[in-house]
Design a protein around this ligand. Structure first.
Ligand SMILES: CC(C)(COP(=O)(O)OP(=O)(O)OC[C@H]1O[C@@H](n2cnc3c(N)ncnc32)[C@H](O)[C@@H]1OP(=O)(O)O)[C@@H](O)C(=O)NCCC(=O)NCCS
Length: 164
């Protein structure tokens, strides 16, 4: 299957919002989010991903597998700070097939430089995933900080080498 990471246009905001609900529902396994009275979890920063800001860069992406919606990635950067994978999601039906790895690698390649990825402490599957993906992207050169609440990987993605 062909995996694509495509910038989510303003017209895709409602699509990301719906995928976000699935992601947040999955996340109730790790963090106790409550539904609001509309039956939604809601994601308060969603609009910011389509609203340019001088201080902060926020970039939304859709992940497609053979053209079909398979997930999303939200990338952000505050000032001169590192790139951060704010949220990353692969639909259950596409998991454990390498799609997440391929999509995450494609996102990293778009933004060479310093990176940080955070996982909540209880999300041990994501920790295993990111260690593997970041290990591959960096040849194993990443730092990891483990606190009571979270695991954080810090690393650099190199500029692509120009063809000779
Ligand atoms: C984490 C997630 C993105 C992984 O996506 P995926 O497409 O299934 O990942 P891949 O198939 O590329 O997995 C690559 C490797 O990561 C590790 N991995 C992935 N999912 C794992 C799991 N549930 N348990 C343990 N290791 C896992 C494995 O080493 C895997 O290789 P293998 O399948 O050969 O053993 C997906 O499970 C997901 O969206 N989860 C819910 C949202 C989430 O937690 N996002 C991350 C927030 S920090």
């Amino acid at each position: 299957m062909k995996v694509e990471v495509q910038a989510a246009a303003f017209e895709d905001k409602a699509v990301v919002r719906r995928l976000m609900e699935l992601y947040l529902y999955d996340f109730t396994e790790f963090l106790p989010h409550e539904l609001n009275e509309h039956g939604e979890f809601g994601y308060r920063y969603l609009d910011h991903y389509w609203a340019p800001d001088d201080r902060e860069t926020r970039l939304p992406f859709l992940i497609r597998a053979d053209g079909k919606l398979a997930g999303f990635a939200l990338v952000r950067k505050v000032g001169d700070g590192p790139w951060k994978m704010a949220e990353f999601f692969v639909l259950r039906m596409y998991r454990r097939a390498g799609f997440g790895s391929e999509a995450a690698g494609a996102v990293f390649e778009k933004f060479p430089g310093a990176w940080e990825v955070h996982e909540v402490a209880a999300n041990t599957p994501a920790q295993a995933f990111w260690r593997r993906v970041i290990g591959t992207a960096t040849g194993g050169h990443f730092e990891e900080e483990v606190t009571a609440d979270a695991v954080v990987q810090r690393f650099r993605i190199s500029e692509p080498v120009a063809p000779a």
